[in-house]
Design a protein around this ligand. Structure first.
Ligand code: 5GP
Ligand code: ZN
Length: 114
């Protein structure tokens, strides 16, 4: 087992509050939620960050994003909207170096750097 905390959660070596899992994708609640709903959607495969994605990951990326949408719908976020964030690298403030999509919802977002 690698040292990666998200690999460990995906493998159930340490606990996580799962909301979805299949053979390629896992989703669990963020331990320090920044919104009423804050879920992390990750590939089981260890990819450090968005910039490390390769052509071979094309289908996986689609699956990850479609899973984000599916969970947003299941969590009742579709009507009011939600935010999806990927922090890539140091300047973006990436803390955990295993690719993850933040799904945030349940309140109006106050900060929009984009
Ligand atoms: P990043 O800053 O890398 O985009 O986001 C990492 C996220 O992972 C943070 O929102 C942080 O709260 C969350 N996180 C860090 N360690 C754990 C953990 O052990 N379990 C869970 N569920 N979330 C974690
Ligand atoms: Zn990992």
């Amino acid at each position: 087992m690698s040292d990666c905390i998200f690999c460990k959660i995906a493998a159930k070596a340490i606990p996580g509050q799962f909301v979805f899992e299949d053979d390629e994708v896992v989703a669990f609640r963020d331990i320090r939620p920044k919104a009423p709903t804050h879920i992390l959607v990750i590939p089981r495969k260890h990819i450090e960050k968005l910039a490390d994605l390769r052509q071979a990951d094309e289908a996986l990326v689609g699956r990850l994003l479609l899973t984000v949408n599916r969970i947003a719908d299941e969590q009742g976020l579709k009507e009011n909207g939600y935010r999806v964030i990927v922090n890539n690298g140091r300047f973006a403030g990436q803390e955990v170096y295993h690719l993850h999509f933040h799904l945030l919802g349940g309140k109006a977002m106050s900060w929009n750097p984009a």
